[in-house]
Ligand binder design. Structure first.
Ligand SMILES: [Zn+2]
Length: 353
């Protein structure tokens, strides 16, 4: 089959992007070519022979959405012989899964399943393929199952997949060599694909079909719950209150402070006030005689005059600290100040004992 680079160019998703180095041209390429490269590089002996023909028999022309064009295109694919089409749909109301069996351009059988809105489109499509394979497994002549989901086909082609339904499909295909999976382009007017799409949309309004929620949904739920508990503990904790004032919201993203900045913000550094708390000094006085906490060194202490900031009022102390941490010049000065305190600690923090 000729390679129509312009006709089928699409942007690759992350699933396919890993195979990019093997493509001769840029970021855009043909899905069929992508799949054939995938098959050559990944398809082990565990996958059935018919799967290796997934790329064959693809319609060579995109159809228009008019009825005549749909008919002509379908006629071009298989001349009305029996074939199965699967599709899925997802809205706020739920996720729909469906397949239909077409013969002589008419639906002779179909199946619809409604899944929860938390179920993914991947799950819906893989379920439709699974149900379709089960339905035609008793036939004893070759039959094609058409899907427009490349990610599902890639999952089925992956001999290392851990997805339970994918594993079931792989096993079924091993024992039913007359079943052939095929990819076709979506939403270009292929009759069976349009029928299956319509059935999947209608399925959302039907009776629910129970399927375990996808791992991605569970991970997101667990992450959200964990963050909520963490936030609650952080809001109602007793320690780290000064840090809470600056970083009130918990997050998995690092705040981006370096070691010196963290020492300054949380007050855990070579300050007399901190050393006294850990019984490493007998007093919290700086050598200059005043209480030696982080603010003292940043604003008042004569030993650190070169790096002083303007003294904040009590009510604006939080804003003052935030401004320092969001200004690159201030952060540089703060880092130099902290390095001086660390290096010259014995000079500025005297211990009477
Ligand atoms: Zn001092």
């Amino acid at each position: 089959m000729a390679f129509h680079s312009n006709e089928y160019q699409i942007r690759l998703n992350s699933d396919r992007a890993v195979y990019l180095p093997q493509f001769p041209s840029g970021f855009h390429t043909d899905e069929r070519f992508c799949l054939s490269v995938f098959q050559k590089s990944c398809c082990g002996t565990a996958v059935n022979v018919p799967l290796k023909e997934v790329c064959k028999d693809l319609p060579s022309e995109s159809a228009h959405t008019s009825h005549a064009a749909i008919h002509a295109t379908e006629n071009h694919i298989d001349s009305g012989v029996k074939a199965i089409y699967t599709d899925r749909s997802k809205t706020d109301e739920g996720t729909g899964s469906a397949y239909c069996i077409l013969e002589n351009y008419g639906i002779i059988a179909s199946w619809q399943g409604k899944l929860d809105r938390s179920n993914s489109v991947f799950q819906a499509e893989i379920l439709a393929i699974r149900m379709a394979i089960e339905t035609v497994s008793s036939l004893h002549r070759p039959i094609k199952i058409w899907t427009d989901s490349l990610s599902n086909l890639m999952a089925i082609l992956n001999p290392k997949s851990h997805h339970s339904i994918v594993r079931e499909i792989q096993t079924l295909l091993l024992f039913h060599e007359h079943i052939h999976l095929r990819w076709l382009k979506a939403h270009v007017g292929y009759l069976g694909n349009e029928y299956a799409d319509q059935l999947a949309k209608e399925a959302i309004k039907g009776d629910p079909f129970l399927l375990p929620k996808p791992l991605s949904y569970l991970k997101a739920e667990i992450k959200s719950a964990a963050l909520s508990i963490w936030q609650d503990n952080w809001d109602n904790g007793e320690t780290g209150r000064s840090t809470h004032d600056i970083v009130p919201k918990v997050s998995n993203e690092p705040v981006g402070w370096n070691r010196e900045e963290i020492m300054f913000v949380i007050g855990h550094g070579p300050f007399p006030s901190c050393l006294l708390r850990f019984n490493l000094r007998t007093h919290d006085n700086c050598s200059c005689g005043e209480k030696g906490d982080s603010i003292h060194y940043a604003t008042k202490c004569p030993f650190t005059l070169s790096w002083h900031f303007q003294t904040p009022t009590v009510s604006l102390k939080l804003l003052w600290l935030k401004n320092i941490l969001t200004n690159n010049l201030s952060r540089t000065r703060l880092r130099l100040l902290m390095r001086f305190i660390c290096d010259e600690n014995n000079l500025i923090v005297e211990d009477n004992n």
